[in-house]
Ligand binder design. Sequence first.
Ligand code: PHE
Length: 347
Amino acid sequence: MILKDKIADLHRQVEEMKAANAEEVEALRIKFLSKKGAITELFNEFREVPKEEKKELGQALNQLRQAAEVRINEMREKASAAGMELADKQDLTRTPDTIELGTRHPLSLVREEIVDIFSRIGFTVAEGPEVEDDKHVYGLLNFPPEHPARDMQDTFFIEKEVGVQKPTDVLLRSHTSSVQTRVMTSQKPPIRVLCPGRVYRNEAISARAHCFFHQVEGLYVDKNVSFADLREVLLYFAKEMFGQDTKIRLRPSYFPFTEPSAEMDISCGLCGGKGCSFCKGTGWVEILGCGMVDPNVLEACGIDSKVYSGYAFGMGVERITNLKYRVKDLRLFSENDVRFLRQFESC
Ligand code: PHE
């Protein structure tokens, strides 16, 4: 194409230019008028044209450049006016939308309260895996090999190979006592830990049972730890958690890993111990299991039972939450119904 036609062609393009905003205007300016722009290129070509054509083509080129500059300036003004209008439409004084905050889950609130009460008397939190081995959940805790808790009915075992139900010692922990064995096998006494966490048991889901729930267990191992120490600590806990008038009662019980073992009741908070439908007329409600750590457990974990003794206790967070907030159906805790969860907003 000769220069004359190229000029005519660019003229047409300049007349047809369109831009929606300031950025597009700038892109057009670069395309036509920058150092490497199409019009500037034509000025380079102009140097080569024969003398006799210079006058006519020079004028045409100058007109083209002027036309492009005028168009681009016009478009630039229009775009910036539109931008201002947009900014005018925005109300910069408007209060921002409120951010909806979630609420703490009741189980988290109660777990934290339990941990806080015990941390005031020197307990620190220890954590361990939810997928455990038989040794830490049962073996070190004096469970005989044929103990029913190990049975498929209670424990979720994990297949090592998909679809292959070989005997396996990998399982979901059924209590957080597994964290206690991990602490005892890795630390030297004095030991004073709390083990909060989720546990799993193979139970049919109903209002009163679930296949997973939450525990806080405690362990204290030192020289000269006695059952009286355990009782005092549990009385302190019950009063802090349920009110200073709360009474406790320890009933003999059995756990493979404690000797002697006990279950602790607190005086019924609803009737004050007189007897009502909640406490089934007894005036007491059960809240936890406890006892002195069996010397066999200490020895299995490498702690000299002639020098050290200890106590342990374990409670269900759901159970404590039920007592505090009268939640009647365990399933509510895992359904995530906001109508239930919002009730704990101010707790
Ligand atoms: N591990 C017991 C349970 O899961 C609770 C417990 C802990 C009992 C410590 C006594 C001592 O039921």
